[in-house]
Design a protein around this ligand. Structure first.
Ligand code: C5P
Length: 221
């Protein structure tokens, strides 16, 4: 058993973007680097947790000392998350694509000689955080979601917490002028039953360390 306040605790972390296939060579994705999720997983490992890390195709290397599950699409991510249960806590830091292409082509879509353009039809992806938050039996004791917003951060994140049914929301402002998306710093507000708590702007590693400490306090209490 590893040493530390989270010794013996199983904690799931999702991270990175998802890739939603259009055909075998093309996909739809988003700009998540996976930096914050990776830092959180690393901080939880440092406190002695057994971390199950489910990641989409991220820019950053996965953390060391985790049980690593690499996935591509949102559907694959949900399946990997479901198979990791039961866990003591789950942190959903992935930037899951809201939509997938309804019927991805099994072969490469070709340019048409007459210039006709392909039309993509979308289907809604499962909301992994909401699905796990709203489980009856087998729900993790603590479910943490993220909310990247560009305006009215606290109001939108508070509504999101209620809608999805998670315990905590880590909210942040990703307006381009903040430089947070893809950057090394983050300024977050932790929203829980107790209300909204603003944390000062700090490195993503420091946000991760503080969040891991809070998770340890919660699982101990
Ligand atoms: O609704 P929105 O995408 O802003 O919510 C963000 C939170 O929900 C994050 O914690 C993210 O990981 C999670 N999420 C999810 N599955 C989705 C969409 C979002 O787990 N399909």
């Amino acid at each position: 058993l590893k040493d530390g306040p989270l010794s013996g605790k199983r904690i799931l972390v999702t991270s990175g973007p998802t890739h939603e296939p259009i055909d075998p060579v093309r996909y739809i994705a988003n700009r998540s680097s996976g930096a914050q999720g990776t830092a959180i997983a690393q901080a939880l490992v440092a406190l002695g947790a057994d971390v199950i890390f489910v990641t989409g195709p991220a820019d950053v290397d996965p953390p060391k000392g985790v049980e690593l599950h690499k996935v591509e699409s949102a559907k694959d991510m949900l399946a990997a998350v479901a198979s990791a249960l039961p866990v003591d806590a789950a942190v959903f830091a992935a930037a899951v694509a809201d939509w997938r292409v309804a019927s991805a082509s099994g072969s490469k879509i070709k340019k048409q000689a007459d210039g006709a353009l392909p039309v993509l039809e979308f289907a809604e992806n499962p909301d992994i955080l909401a699905t796990i938050s709203q489980m009856g039996q087998g729900r993790p004791g603590l479910v943490v979601g993220f909310a990247a917003e560009t305006d009215d951060v606290i109001a939108h994140a508070t509504a999101k917490r209620a809608r999805k049914g998670c315990d905590w929301i880590v909210a942040n402002d990703v307006s381009p002028e903040t430089g947070i998306m893809g950057g090394s710093e983050n300024a977050v507000t932790l929203i829980s039953d107790a209300g909204a708590e603003d944390w000062p702007r700090m490195g993503k590693d420091e946000v991760a360390a503080q969040l891991a400490d809070r998770i340890a306090d919660e699982l101990r209490g």
